[in-house]
Ligand binder design. Sequence first.
Ligand code: AMP
Length: 413
Amino acid sequence: MILSNPKGTQDFLPPYGDQKALVENEFRKVVSLYGFSEIVNPTFEHTELYLRSTGLTTDIVTKQMYTFTDKGNRELALRPEGTPGVVRAVLQNKLKLPVRLFYIGPMFRYERPQKGRYREFFQLGVEVIGESEPETDVEIIEMGMRFFNQINLSDLIVKVNSVGCPICRPKFRVQLRLFLDKNLEQICDDCKIRVEQNPMRVFDCKVEKCKEIYHDAPKISDNLCYDCQNHFQAVLKELNERKIPFELDKMMVRGLDYYTRTAFEFVPTGSSELGSQDSVGGGGRYDNLVEDFGGPKTPAIGFALGLDRILICLGNALTSRKLVYIIALDAQALKQGRQLLDTLRNAEIPALINPPDKNLRAALGIADNLSCEYVIIIGANEMQKKVYTLKNLTQRSQQEIPQDKIVEVLSKK
Ligand code: AMP
């Protein structure tokens, strides 16, 4: 029997499993304020879907995809990202446009695992399909920031850039290629390949020397066509007007082939727990993807947030466990305790009762292991006085509460 989990995967042990669910629920709440509905797609799709969208020159597709042939000889891939599956489902099911969808679920990439980088990881994503206005771009950036504020992760900045469109990019690529050819000797081997396959991708390089060189390279956001330029200026103006903390980052091009115009990343400021894995989310417009899939010309924009990285940044900040542990000391008290268990649960107070064969010390030990904040003790004394002994395990205090007041007292805590 193999006793360890596969490399690059994680078990979300308590309390992190609960924390993950809390973050997911906050996300659901925030995006529903902006009219998003949940979509649940398969975790695997035809490999071709990703080849035709995420892109033939992206690391995600060329190096990181988990692909397999099934028993019916179909070429399939575990999804490395959410957008292609969502767009496929919208087209296949002829959903009415515009549509606002969100998803939560695991993604798979064969990466070199490190803190904040896994082979199975979870994303919280949104897609707006059928809206072209710059206001939509800013609205969803603002929505992302609202979500981060909601979970108390407010030390964040949005990096923004425009990556142009198929009208402005070819001209720019020639210009960039000239610059790169001049510097070919000095750039890393990976970048030499990028120059051949997709020169703009050099800006994704993490090698310091390369980054220095690319500072002086021509930038796409300085070389936009008229329409892209107008769109980008409108986005920047709106971001300023809404006082969203952003930084124009001309080097940020984002790693996927289908992005057009606005591209952005949410990056923690200050001393982040993440180390070199700095972005907690990113997104952008993809105004041609629907058409590339054979649909009508349809503008679209989305983002995906990394849930694993969000949890790392939060630490224990969101853990809230209000479990009450009832300890009944004899058979009669146990009967009373079971009724109380129902009463508490009906009042939406999470509660458990100790097994009948445990003595007080052993039962308190269990309550401690479960990180319960409160214990209710019921023994002969309590039964006679019609009270419960309420013990606060964190403050190490206790008091007697009349039986008919217990729900009221605990609800206020
Ligand atoms: P991407 O889909 O590459 O644009 O990534 C969007 C977000 O997903 C990133 O900002 C990360 O927070 C998260 N992410 C991407 N790849 C990984 C990974 N291998 N492990 C954990 N989180 C990831």
